[in-house]
Design a protein around this ligand. Sequence first.
Ligand code: SF4
Length: 132
Amino acid sequence: MLNTQVGVLSCSGEECLGGTLSRLATRKVMEDLRSGRVVSLCLPLYIAGGQEERDFAKVYPVIAVDGCDKCCAKRATIKYSGEVRDSLIVSELLGEDVALSKNVSARSLKQEHYEMVNQVADEICKRVDQIS
Ligand code: SF4
């Protein structure tokens, strides 16, 4: 399975910090830390019926990254493609405050938030490396 492509499906929570961290960390993994090995899947398109995204998740391993324990990304993957290989809940990693923090958009992040992004990205990388 060396260098198998891995899909990372991040939740798209706009209203809480956990969702923002999920998206930014997933992008960092795809564009920088594991470039070429990770494909990010778009949750809204996935839910809206994006066949390409759903088919990818049926063939390749998928890691779901969710901002809170509602697990929207994981539940959507299970519903439409069958399984997730692994998952990560940001509020379990960083504490419930990230699920409760409201209105922290990507444009208003502070240094402490970027450090959280790095932590989440490192956790995603660990899961990718266990797969590929
Ligand atoms: S998992 Fe939580 S943060 Fe992410 S979209 Fe769902 S409710 Fe919002």
